[in-house]
Write a protein that binds this ligand. Structure first.
Ligand code: F58
Length: 841
């Protein structure tokens, strides 16, 4: 085989004997196991052992170990039979798995040595891996951080999701702006997943409801596709516990192929069900502008719910002994189902159906079980993001579920009518079914609230808004149903593994690495925040991360950036409420001022590199215009010889978990500047703060709590507060808004044509006028611009004082302990799921 560097090779080092060895701990044994996989689990022709082959063989060697731990974990859960949590999510943003698995298994040194023996650096091999990008944004990454924490805390838990072949799209930046191409993470294969050919469940669509002579009902006919389980191991950090992310794939069976038609030459017709099954797991968020698109999304949601619940029920029944099946009333003491947003809401009627129609329970019994089992996390208050499904579409695809939803609604309405006359006039908004004759819909959030035992928001401010506004009337019915669970992030991926330099410094100063699983220990850094030695070590770790980031940026964009400039980053989904537009207008203003300055004045400014990244949903036109504007501004600014020493603007393409792992450690300032009240929490704000990056932000989502934890003197605050927003919008409508001259100047300059010929009119017009759809500056960019620019000026000043900046940076890390997903998950476990740790002995 050819060796690492592609030189002609005669084979692997002779001293290392190839050997299947799942328990390999030491470098030579590990190398032997890697060679074994390269030879005997081949996926490539035998003559080559390049970096790609090395990645697969290395992953397979680790997988051996993970399978062993996995089996021990589930055997242990089976024996102990604890209550288990099932996390249902349409999205997971797992990113790469290699470094994470090696790190969690604490095998970093031996693996690096083993690969060196084979002619490779571990980092080089890790770089080969494609991201598993089965998510869109924060909600998907949160699910992945939660799995890491569940495993680390030894909780008996499973993640359930879909195995999208192409995930979310890959973002290309061209002259036109953003272009989407299909993600290819499964083009070859994923070394981490294991298909379970014995775990297959039928999932039905369409059909009709048959009423049996005894009055019971059964859903029959329609299309039946098969859900096949693929398991991805989720290792906990320094524990044996390794849990599963179970991803479903949709398939048709061999006998669903109509051979007769096929032999008649009607190939498409013959394989119709195969092709319909294949569509289900093709992409995440198929466009839903068409009826077909909507139908496909609804199918995806139901597919996840039905397969997962059948699996959960079969596990519950596995424990049945000679005395017959277990009592269904025990179900909620063995099963907790968490719905990640409303996307898996169909779990509610599906559980009811499975209990009643397949297992013979009566309505009351089934309702008791269901409502004690399911809980719902809300991630948004934006009205357009609250899912509503057309009733006619639902009747067509899921006729039995619609009957059940109607019954849930009817009983809810009856109860309110008989017990709460004061709510009579609120019933039209509280009910699940909206009978608006124009467009009758099912309100999924209402179904979740009515049916769940617990509803939670994802940051304190967000949970307060849920209780005081969105769900206020429900709170008066069920005062104890609503909770807050402030989001968190895993400190393993988001500090220990992505910034080993900073981690080592933290461990050195805290004299322990226990902070990795007990993040509150970071407060111990506060006492050293002024210490010059720590500050200088801190600065060199940051400098190294900035250097690495600068190289990356040059490689992917061709733009060379100065590692001595202030690295200012905003990365997140592109959305008007997140206000990337405000950021770029600020940049435009800065550019204009720099142009107007004399050379010696420019020298006194703080040089900045502003990086913006994120994907715009394919059909969200204004978001795509923002991407285009950022790129166009970058082109002009970066090639301006007078200014580009002091300002660079980079659009970072195809933002994903791996890119985040590069950007966040190298950041010094990050922008979390949403209109107050609109960002439910935000989680990248936590990652940046943990990495010693300062935040410029509004009092929104988790920013509020981050600022409390790290100290207001370490946070660049600006903007209206959530409670002022309605009044400000009203004033704008009444024509009372007076814009800051800087805002007008920035807009005029943007429109002037300096940034090219693209028509930004429609985008910038959203900031004009006082009312109207897509106009009237709904997101208050104009109102907040003045205080935003003032806060940016404070940033520039603070950066000039190196000691002060470093102190603020250390204080940010020191105050980030609360934002570990271990804390979040421990709270879910105790306060919502009622589950306990079940560590493998
Ligand atoms: C995000 N939601 C919130 N949704 O915006 C963010 O504030 C929060 O921190 C995070 O959830 C975790 O709680 C989010 O990512 C989506 O991506 C939607 C998925 C369905 C289509 C519309 C976007």
């Amino acid at each position: 085989m050819a060796n690492a560097n592609g030189k002609a090779a005669t084979g692997f080092p002779e001293k290392i004997s190839e050997k299947a060895n799942p328990e390999a701990n030491e470098a030579t044994e590990i190398a032997g196991n890697i060679i074994y996989h390269a030879k005997y689990s081949p996926h490539f022709s035998p003559l080559k052992f390049g970096p790609e082959q090395a990645l697969y063989a290395t992953a397979e060697s680790l997988r051996d170990r993970l399978i062993q731990l996995w089996n021990e974990t589930y055997l242990h859960f089976h024996k102990v039979d604890p209550k288990q949590t099932y996390y249902l999510s349409m999205e997971y943003l797992q990113g790469r798995a290699l470094t994470n698995a090696i790190g969690n298994l604490d095998l970093q040194g031996p693996y690096a040595d083993a690969l060196r023996k084979l002619g490779y650096e571990l980092e080089e091999i890790a770089e080969q891996e494609k991201d598993a990008a089965l998510g869109n944004g924060g909600l998907g990454r949160l699910a992945s951080c939660f799995l890491d924490s569940m495993a680390t805390l030894n909780l008996p838990a499973w993640g359930y999701g879909l195995r999208y072949r192409h995930g979310l799209f890959k973002q290309l930046i061209t002259k036109k702006g953003q272009e989407e191409v299909a993600e290819d993470w499964l083009e070859k294969f994923s070394p981490w997943e294991i298909v379970r050919h014995d775990v297959v469940f039928p999932v039905r669509f369409f059909g009709s409801v048959q009423i049996n002579p005894d009055g019971s009902r059964k859903w029959v006919g329609g299309d039946v596709v098969q859900a096949l389980a693929y398991d991805v191991p989720i290792p906990g950090f320094k524990t044996k516990n390794t849990i599963s992310l179970r991803l479903w794939e949709a398939k048709a069976r061999a006998d669903d192929l109509d051979l007769f038609q096929f032999n008649e030459g009607e190939y498409e017709l013959a394989a119709q069900l195969h092709s319909r099954a294949q569509q289900i797991c093709t992409v995440l968020y198929p466009g839903d502008a068409t009826e077909n698109g909507k139908l496909l999304r609804l199918k995806q949601q139901f597919f996840l719910c039905s397969a997962s619940l059948q699996d959960i029920i079969s596990r519950f029944n596995e424990r049945s002994t000679g005395e017959g099946t277990r009592k269904w009333s025990e179900f909620p003491s063995k099963v907790a189902v968490q719905m990640n947003d409303t996307h898996p809401t169909l779990a509610i009627p599906e559980l009811m159906r499975l209990l009643m129609d397949d297992n013979g329970l009566g309505w009351d019994e089934a309702w008791d079980v269901t409502s004690k089992t399911v809980a719902y996390t809300n991630h948004t208050v934006l009205p357009e993001a609250l899912e509503k499904w057309s009733q006619s579409l639902m009747w067509k695809l899921l006729p039995r579920h619609m009957e059940i939803i109607e019954e849930i609604d009817k009983r809810f309405v009856q109860t309110i009518r008989s017990t709460r006359v004061d709510l009579e006039d609120k019933l039209s908004s509280l009910s699940i079914l909206d009978h608006n004759p124009q467009k009758p819909v099912v309100r999924m959030a209402n179904l979740c609230v009515v049916s769940s035992h617990t509803v939670n928001g994802v940051a304190q401010l967000h949970s307060d808004i849920l209780k005081d506004e969105l769900f206020a009337d429900y709170v008066s019915i069920w005062p104890n149903k609503f909770q807050n669970k402030t989001n968190g992030i895993t400190p393993r991926r988001w500090l220990r593994f992505c910034s080993p330099e900073l981690s080592d410094i933290i461990t050195k100063w805290l004299k322990t690495d226990k902070w990795i699983t007990d993040l509150d220990l970071l407060t111990g850094l506060r006492q050293f925040a002024d210490n010059e030695e720590l500050q200088s070590e801190w600065a060199s770790a940051k400098a190294a991360n900035k250097q690495r980031l600068a190289q990356y940026i040059e490689r992917v964009t061709g733009v060379s950036i100065d590692p001595n400039s202030l690295f200012d980053i905003q990365v997140k989904r592109i959305h008007e409420y997140k206000r990337q537009l405000m950021n770029i207008l600020g940049v435009i203003y800065r550019f204009k001022k720099l142009k107007e300055m004399k050379p010696e004045e420019r020298k006194k400014t703080t040089p900045r590199t502003i990086m913006i990244g994120g994907k715009a949903f394919a059909t969200y036109t204004n978001a795509k215009r923002i991407v285009k504007l950022v790129n166009d501004v970058g082109d002009v600014v970066n090639s301006d010889p007078e200014v580009n020493e002091y300002l660079k603007v980079v659009f970072v393409p195809n933002y994903n978990v791996t890119v985040a792992e590069m950007l966040i450690p190298g950041s010094e300032l990050s922008q979390h500047i949403s209109t107050a009240g609109m960002e439910a929490s935000g989680t990248s704000n936590m990652k940046f703060a943990l990495n010693g990056c300062l935040i410029i932000g509004t009092l929104d989502g988790a920013n509020v709590e981050i600022r409390e934890e790290i100290g207001e003197e370490n946070f660049f605050l600006f903007g209206a507060t959530a409670d002022q927003v309605p009044r400000l919008r009203k004033e704008r409508e009444d024509g009372l808004f007076k814009p800051d001259p800087r805002f007008e100047e920035a807009k005029q300059f943007a429109k002037s044509g300096v940034f090219g010929t693209y028509d930004y009119g429609p985008l910038l017009d959203s900031l004009e006028g006082n009312t109207g759809y897509g106009r009237g500056d709904y997101f208050l960019v104009g109102y907040d611009f003045a205080s935003y620019m003032d806060a940016q000026a404070k940033v520039d000043e603070a950066y000039k004082d190196r000691k002060r900046w470093l102190k603020m940076s250390i204080m940010s890390t020191a105050g980030s302990g609360k934002f570990s997903s271990d804390r979040t998950i421990a709270q879910y476990a105790k306060e919502i799921w009622n589950i306990e740790a079940c560590p493998v002995p």
